[in-house]
Design a protein around this ligand. Structure first.
Ligand code: KMH
Ligand code: ZN
Length: 270
C-alpha cells in the first residue's frame, strides 16, 4: 500500500468570505490555516495569496511573507499556484517561481471557468515548464480536460518536464468535465506509466467523491476551501483542517498510511 499524500488548497483565488466566512485571507490567517491542516494530515500546501483587500494577487512578496510564516510552524511542502486568478497575465502568474518553491502548479490547457475561461496557451505552458525545470521546481501538471493530459505528454516529449510525474486531475469546474468515476478512470488510464496523481473535485459533492475516487484509483487527495466551501450538503466547512481531517480518517480507515512532508519529498523528489 502506497502512502497517501493530502494536499490542502486553503484559499484559492476565487472563494470569498461571502461564500464561507471561515476563509483565511491575510498572510497570518493563511499560514495558521495551513498549519492546522498540516496537523490534521496535509503534507502539501497549494498556495494562493490575497492582497490587503482580500482579492487575489500573485505578488511574490506576499508569497514570500506567507511562506516564511508557514516555515516558522512546520515543514509542509509548498506548491505555489501559477494559475493565479482568471484574467491575470502570464508575467503576473509566474512571479512566485522566483522564490524557488519546492513545487508549483502548471495548468496544462484552457478551460471554461464558470462564465469566464481560464487561459493556458502552449507558449505559456512551455514557459512555465521550462522555468520550473531550470529552477528545480516539481510541477503538478493540472489537467481539466483529456487534451491537457496530451499537452503534458507533449511537454515531456519536448524535454521540459521529467519524471517523477505528478498530475492533478481537476474535475467539476463549472463548464469543464463533470466529476464521475468513469471520467476519472479515463483520465487515469491516459496518464504516462508510473505517474502519481492527485484528484481534485470542485464543489461539495465532487470534492468528497474525489477522496473516495483517489483512494479507489491509486491516487492522492486534495481538499480545501479553494475547491469546496462545504463540509456536507448545505453545511459550511468550519476550516480547511476539518476537511483534511475527514479525508485522512477515510484514508486510514481504508488501511492507508498518510504521507508526511518528508515522504512527499522522497516520493516526488523535491
Ligand atoms: N484560480 C484558477 C483560475 C492553479 O492554482 O494552478 C486557477 C487555479 C489553478 O487555481
Ligand atoms: Zn489553485
Amino acid at each position: 500500500m502506497y502512502k497517501i499524500i493530502i494536499t490542502c488548497a486553503v484559499c484559492g483565488a476565487e472563494t470569498t468570505r461571502e461564500d464561507n466566512p471561515n476563509l483565511p485571507l491575510s498572510p497570518e490567517e493563511i499560514a495558521e490555516s495551513a498549519y492546522d491542516a498540516y496537523e490534521r494530515g496535509a503534507s502539501i500546501l497549494h498556495l494562493h495569496v490575497r492582497d490587503t483587500k482580500g482579492g487575489p494577487t500573485q505578488d511574490k512578496e506576499v508569497f514570500r511573507q506567507v511562506i516564511e510564516l508557514v516555515r516558522k510552524k512546520c515543514n509542509m511542502v509548498i506548491e505555489v499556484s501559477t494559475g493565479g486568478a482568471v484574467g491575470m497575465t502570464p508575467e503576473e502568474r509566474l512571479q512566485p517561481l522566483e522564490l524557488d518553491p519546492e513545487m508549483a502548479s502548471l495548468d496544462c490547457g484552457t478551460v471554461n471557468f464558470g462564465d469566464d475561461y481560464f487561459v493556458n496557451t502552449l507558449p505559456f505552458i512551455r514557459e512555465g515548464a521550462s522555468l520550473m525545470k531550470s529552477r528545480g521546481i516539481r510541477p503538478t501538471l493540472e489537467c481539466f480536460d483529456i487534451s491537457h493530459v496530451d499537452t503534458a505528454k507533449l511537454m515531456i516529449k519536448e524535454g521540459l518536464v521529467s519524471p517523477p510525474l505528478h498530475f492533478g486531475i481537476v474535475l467539476n469546474v463549472p463548464g469543464g468535465v463533470r466529476y464521475d468515476s468513469q471520467a476519472l478512470g479515463f483520465f487515469v488510464q491516459r496518464l504516462p506509466e508510473d505517474s502519481m496523481f492527485t484528484v481534485m473535485g470542485i464543489g461539495g459533492r465532487a470534492s468528497l467523491q474525489s477522496v473516495y475516487g483517489a483512494l479507489a484509483s491509486g491516487g492522492h487527495i486534495r481538499q480545501g476551501l479553494e475547491d469546496n466551501i462545504y463540509y456536507s450538503k448545505g453545511v459550511l466547512a468550519d476550516s480547511n483542517g476539518q476537511l483534511v481531517e475527514r479525508a485522512a480518517r477515510i484514508a486510514r480507515e481504508m488501511g492507508c498510511e498518510i504521507a508526511s512532508p518528508d515522504d512527499v519529498r522522497e516520493m516526488l523528489e523535491v
